[in-house]
Design a protein. Structure first.
Length: 233
């Protein structure tokens, strides 16, 4: 599947992230489209709600490319969002990054990083500064400031969390605290997606790695059958 997202990031003094030079990694969005969203909808459709809830958080979203890529995946896969209650949130520590993401306007160089012409024609309109995300895509997303090194429980709970290529700049202690907080922000059957070169090994987290095609994602460890709290059986 074609996708458009920010390149891998490089660190900045303010602990935010900004585009680097490498190309986009398509595998997380193939994972989202062909595995995670279909499985999530299958489970949520049995809940009896009038609309199927889908809650997605892009942590450290920079200028918003990842958020809009997710929105495009949802639009391409689901068509009309009438049957779904979609909450797509992008956060970043930088107010300037959030302002840029909220505008949804990208220059020709940014647009050349991975998006194909048919997707561009369907989901963007020409703008004096380059290209602007269409209103129906922009309406799926919200943006706000958040510091991943502090408590973010006020953001709510999510079915899917993207936290790609940002924790690599944290100390081991901060990284462990971050993913412990993310575990509490993730639905019991939710999905955590991190960078392709990242791992949660050695952090003492309660996440279990799982593989789909070329992608690895994480879910909470399920208790063993017959076990009970405190190790009783």
């Amino acid at each position: 599947m074609a996708c458009w997202t920010r390149p891998d990031r490089e660190p900045s003094a303010s602990c935010t992230t900004r585009p680097g030079r490498t190309g986009p990694d398509r595998s997380p969005f193939e994972l989202l489209r062909y595995k995670i969203i279909p499985d999530l909808i299958d489970r949520r459709s049995n809940g009896g709600a009038s609309k199927i809830p889908i809650r997605i958080w892009s942590a450290a979203c920079s200028h918003g490319q990842e958020v809009y890529t997710i929105a495009i995946v949802l639009r391409e896969l689901l068509g009309s969002a009438e049957k779904y209650d979609i909450r797509l949130l992008g956060t970043d520590i930088s107010p300037d990054a959030i302002a840029r993401a909220s505008r949804g306007i990208y220059n020709k160089i940014e647009m050349g990083r991975g998006i194909e012409a048919p997707l561009m024609a369907r989901h963007f309109v020409s703008h004096p500064e380059g290209w602007r995300v269409r209103d129906e895509i922009r309406a799926l997303a919200a943006f706000r400031n958040a510091n991943l090194l502090r408590d973010f429980s006020s953001l709510g709970q999510f079915d899917i969390i993207f936290c790609r290529n940002v924790a690599i700049y944290f100390s081991a202690e901060d990284k462990a605290h971050l993913f412990a907080r993310m575990e509490r922000s993730l639905a019991p059957d939710g999905y955590l997606i991190i960078g392709s070169t990242e791992s949660l090994a050695g952090l003492g987290s309660n996440f279990e790695p799982k593989r789909y095609l070329r992608s690895v994602f994480y879910q909470r460890n399920e208790p063993s059958v017959g076990s009970a709290p405190g190790g009783r059986t």
